[in-house]
Design a binder for this molecule. Structure first.
Ligand code: NDP
Length: 288
């Protein structure tokens, strides 16, 4: 096991800056499409590729140390490794979440941060036309207690929202609630939720199980904001039924594009062309 990274300089002979996404599996990632589209429209000489690196901290370090990248998007199973790689150079809430989806590698030291929770928060604020401060005291039901739920709970709790976590495995809901000052509830009680916002951070409804929904249709009301983190399919059964009930909805692609746009800005110091990135993601999704 190694303790500290010793990286090869990220500046390569050619002028082209290199970025990428690391994970496993990674072949179906939308990240190369959105970042390369953004580089192109912004006239930035850069390339962004997907790298399949097997699980393990040593494997992760070996890859990052030799890949000569200026910035890296990080997905499963490496989000914890990315945080560990950066050591103390990490955003405070990323450290508390225990996972980083972004590594900045152009400086003298690597820096780790998490753009998932700001993506969730900003998508909610935009739909409700409120600021982050307005989220204080708002009741939110989070379905799930895995990685996506962790980002949602951490971000919402940091804003002072009243968060209740419903998870199939109750012990995981209890643990997550304890960590972030939230409440935990039984999965079977989710139909009677008392909240203004619902975030589905389970994989219920994810393709190919597109007929599944994490909530009964009767639980959906017109005054709810319903956020489904799933983006395959783009319109899940949950979102379809929420719209039918008159609720405002946010799809998982909105979260994905926002976390990517935030990364792009951090990678390049250039304002992200969000609409171009969204269109690239949609085109890639519909190409199958
Ligand atoms: P995890 O594997 O960490 O968590 C999965 C969660 O789903 C757990 O809470 C699990 O409950 C729950 N779950 C799985 N199957 C069922 C079921 N049949 N009934 C009830 N609950 C179930 O996954 P992630 O947190 O990484 O991903 C969760 C979702 O978030 C995925 O659909 C993924 O697509 C989405 N996501 C979207 C992103 C975006 O950018 N839009 C980014 C990351 C994730 P239990 O604890 O009981 O196993």
């Amino acid at each position: 096991m190694r303790a500290r990274p010793t990286r090869v300089s990220c500046t390569v002979g050619a002028m082209t800056d290199r970025y990428g996404v690391v994970g496993s599996p990674i072949a179906h990632s939308l990240s190369p499409a959105i970042h390369n589209a953004a580089f192109e429209v912004c006239g930035i000489d850069a390339e962004y590729r997907a790298y399949d690196v097997p699980a393990g901290y040593d494997e992760f370090c070996g890859f990052v140390d030799n890949a000569r990248l200026r910035g890296l998007s990080v997905t499963l199973p490496h989000k914890e490794n990315a945080l560990r790689y950066a050591g103390r150079n990490a955003e405070a809430l990323a450290s508390k979440i225990g996972a980083a989806n972004t590594l900045l590698l152009a400086g003298a030291e690597p820096y780790a941060c998490n753009t998932d929770y700001p993506a969730i928060l900003s998508a909610i604020c935009d739909v409700l036309e409120i600021t982050l401060d307005d989220l204080a005291g708002v009741k939110v039901a989070v379905l799930g207690a895995g990685g996506a739920a962790r980002a949602a709970v951490a971000g919402l709790a940091a804003c002072g929202s009243t968060v209740r976590i419903y998870n199939r495995t109750r012990a995981r809901a209890d643990e997550l609630a304890d960590e972030f000052g939230a409440q935990a509830a039984d999965w079977d009680d989710r139909g009677g939720l008392d909240a203004a916002i619902v975030v589905n951070a389970t994989s219920v409804g994810l393709a190919p199980n597109v007929d599944a929904s994490p909530l009964p249709a009767e639980a959906l009301r017109g005054d709810l904001v319903v956020f489904d983190t799933i983006y395959n399919p783009l319109e899940t059964r949950l979102l379809r039924e929420a719209r039918a009930a008159g609720a405002r909805t946010i799809d998982g692609l909105e979260m994905f594009v926002r976390q990517g746009a935030d990364q792009f800005q951090r990678f390049t110091d250039h304002e992200a062309p969000v609409e171009v990135m969204r269109a690239a993601a949609l085109a890639t999704l519909s190409a199958g």
